[in-house]
Design a binder for this molecule. Structure first.
Ligand code: GRF
Length: 200
């Protein structure tokens, strides 16, 4: 199965998928990497592994809709079976999702439905939860509201700051992402009433 991964930053989740791809029994391999900006480590990782990589910046498009359509074209060019948003910091629009129906997944550094949006770890810390974690879900037209594929739980420590908490989340998130994406790719999945069932 062909994975196209979209990133906006360091790309450690991407790296975990690239590393998993080296195992032929994993059942999926990263075939291309896209970003919404240039000059990020995520794109450098792609280049280091000889993977096609592209930056598709908002300012390169006349409107948000045109950007969304252009992103879909750039991703579709690599014929993905699954599009993985891994630290991608833009909302993809309905036109993008329509190009890859049920095949866009996103990893979020909180236990959905708690703490959606771009500051999940900070919000969890501020709220005072004792556990948080990461969620892989199939993207729908909401913000971090899609049907859940997998979750991983980590403790919040009394002396945590946002950085230490997010780092702990990311360790669990990478393992959860690699495992779940591999299962989706190898076994297929169906979604009924928001329940994602993996395997025939
Ligand atoms: C991940 O925790 C992701 O869930 C969040 O930002 C982080 C990206 O990390 N949106 P990386 O770029 O994969 O290292």
């Amino acid at each position: 199965r062909r994975l196209v991964v979209l990133v906006s930053g360091s790309g450690t989740n991407l790296q975990a998928l690239i590393d998993a791809s080296t195992d032929p029994s994993y059942g999926a391999r990263v075939v291309a990497v896209g970003a919404d900006r240039d000059g990020i480590e995520g794109l450098a990782r792609a280049e280091r592994h000889g993977l096609p990589a592209f930056a598709h910046r908002l300012r390169d498009a006349p409107t948000r809709e045109a950007w969304d359509a252009g992103l879909a074209d750039a991703v579709a060019a690599h014929e993905p079976d699954l599009v993985v948003l891994a630290g991608f910091m833009k909302l993809v629009g309905p036109a993008f999702l329509a190009r890859f129906p049920g095949a866009v997944v996103n990893t979020h550094p909180a236990l959905c439905p708690s703490f959606p949006g771009t500051t999940g770890p900070a919000d969890a810390l501020a709220y005072g939860v004792k556990v948080t974690g990461a969620t892989l879900f199939v993207v729908d037209d909401g913000v971090d509201t899609g049907p859940i594929v997998a979750q991983a739980v980590v403790p919040v420590e009394d002396d945590d700051d946002v950085a230490s908490l997010h780092e702990r989340i990311k360790v669990a998130e990478r393992a959860m992402l690699v495992d779940a994406v591999g299962r989706l790719a190898r076994e297929g999945y169906t979604i009924t009433d928001r329940k994602v069932r993996i395997g025939a």
